[in-house]
Design a protein around this ligand. Structure first.
Ligand code: ADP
Length: 262
């Protein structure tokens, strides 16, 4: 059965302004919403205020430059494991048989892009009906030693390799806008984005600072790549109750659809 892949944004499940701060009630609500999904499900989450500050501090994404980064690798990974554990426990409380999957143990990257990933255990897990929970992580890189693979990249890779039925990205805004909706009150929601829109999107990203793995722009880039393979994705507001649930149950047009053709 083709899995549904859902990404829970770091901005949704953590408070990005406060280091190591979980949004407990939001995670509880999202676990309830995820419970309603029937069929094969893969969950991937971002780093938010857990992974990002440490990854930045130790310049993990720049590659290996010296021994002082090793503790940074250890700390960044542990921060992600802590967030992952919290999420897995919340899912278990709702009766979801969730199981943590550590990307750094099964991914090799090349210049920050996933080069290979051991997928066989993941496929077994899905066949059994368990729900794997992956995350953006520190990874070991054949070119630069160490790097970061974002949750967004992980989703796009897994969707292609596992042949996802659909991808849903839960973020803290209603979708992709003509400019950042948190900074520009006149920003308008884009309902559909296709690979042919790449040129016109350039102005959308002007001034986007993003975090260590790139913010909304990087998400759209990953999803446009996926769209070329015929896998449709939608970016929705998971901070609003029930939006993620409805998207996962098959409703379209709740946010921004990224697809091959209009
Ligand atoms: P997450 O951590 O949930 O994966 P990010 O924080 O990396 O997500 O990216 C989502 C954020 O991107 C939004 O909260 C918003 O502030 C910002 N953003 C920048 N430009 C845009 C845009 N054009 N449309 C929507 N959001 C944008």
């Amino acid at each position: 059965m083709k899995p549904l892949i859902v990404k829970l944004g770091g901005s949704v499940i953590t408070d990005k302004r406060k280091p190591f701060t979980i949004k407990r009630s939001v995670i509880k609500r999202l676990a309830r919403e995820l419970k309603d999904v029937k069929g094969s499900l893969v969950i991937v989450h971002g780093g938010g205020s857990f992974g990002h500050p440490l990854a930045l501090k130790y310049k993990i994404a720049d590659g290996y430059h010296g021994k002082d980064q090793l503790m940074g690798v250890s700390l960044t990974h542990l921060a992600m494991e802590k967030l992952n554990k919290y999420l897995v426990e919340a899912l278990q409380k709702e009766g979801i048989p969730a199981i943590a999957f550590q990307p750094s143990a099964c991914v090799l990257s090349s210049n920050g892009r996933i080069k290979s990933m051991e997928l066989r255990p993941l496929e077994r897990v899905l066949a059994l009906g368990l729900v794997p929970v992956l995350y953006g992580d520190v990874v070991f890189d054949v070119v630069k030693g160490i790097s970061i693979v974002s949750g967004d990249q992980m989703v796009s890779y897994l969707a292609r390799k596992l042949g996802a039925s659909r991808v849903v990205f839960g973020v803290d805004v209603d979708g992709v806008f003509t400019s950042c909706p948190k900074k520009d009150s006149r920003a308008e929601l884009l309902r559909v984005i296709t690979p042919s829109d790449v040129g016109s999107l350039a102005s959308v990203w002007e001034g986007e600072s993003g975090d260590v793995t790139g913010g909304m722009r990087a998400k759209v880039q990953e999803l446009l790549e996926l769209a070329k393979f015929g896998i449709e994705a939608e970016i929705v507001n998971a901070a609003r109750p029930n939006v993620l649930r409805e998207a996962l149950l098959g409703k379209r047009g709740l946010g921004t659809v990224v697809t091959r053709g209009k």
